[in-house]
Design a protein around this ligand. Sequence first.
Ligand SMILES: Nc1ncnc2c1ncn2[C@@H]1O[C@H](COP(=O)(O)OP(=O)(O)OP(=O)(O)O)[C@@H](O)[C@H]1O
Length: 231
Amino acid sequence: MIAVNGLVKVYKGVTVLNIPELNIARGESFGLVGNNGAGKTTLFRMILDLVLPLEGEVLLQNENVRQSENWKQFTGSYLDEGFLIDYLTPNEYFNFIGSLHGLHKAEVAERLRKFSDFFNDEILDKPKYIRDLSKGNQNKVGIAAALLIEPQLLILDEPFANLDPTTQIRLKNLLRELKEKRQLTMLISSHDLNHVTEVCDRIVILNKGQLVDDIRTSADTLKELEAYFAV
Ligand SMILES: Nc1ncnc2c1ncn2[C@@H]1O[C@H](COP(=O)(O)OP(=O)(O)OP(=O)(O)O)[C@@H](O)[C@H]1O
């Protein structure tokens, strides 16, 4: 599903990402962990063609993201509030995203029904602009919009950040369900080692732009990760 080949990013003479090779199979739930500045967001941005690499390429379903638009139809993503449109209400925003994918308002409303627990009655049908929502509720809008298009590939940057404990648990359940029922391929970054081990079957550690470990999640993974980061 995803092939990263010889990907290098340099800012002001400093190499912030250098990944010779990384392959992620269809249906894999892939967690990316690493300390601040490790390069997690930079990698996600290059996968989504939001940042130009110095060298290398990213292929999504065998097509280079820089040369094809096809991947946009099957990829749902939310990295930060920059993905939202501040002057719309959540309903208007969901309808806009739906329209880009050929969905009518009724289909959008139907698809949003499964997020009612996740939204906790704070998002839909409220006369509030996205800019006036709390940070956590803005995240909920972004995550739901990424899922609204029923993507084959989902990319979320620190999705658990700013969510209350109840919503974190609901999001984990939602992601696990999507993985099992729809064979969704997921890329998730998180600073919370518990969440990432609960949701992902494969976890990669990024350190100063380099992949330093690639772990199949097992009962020992949380301890392994805690040992790695306890320095
Ligand atoms: N536009 C930019 N200009 C200069 N340096 C940048 C730019 N974007 C990212 N960087 C640098 O690239 C490195 C990797 O940043 P990145 O945001 O990818 O890390 P991260 O692993 O997502 O960190 P965090 O966990 O803090 O979100 C950092 O040193 C950061 O300062």
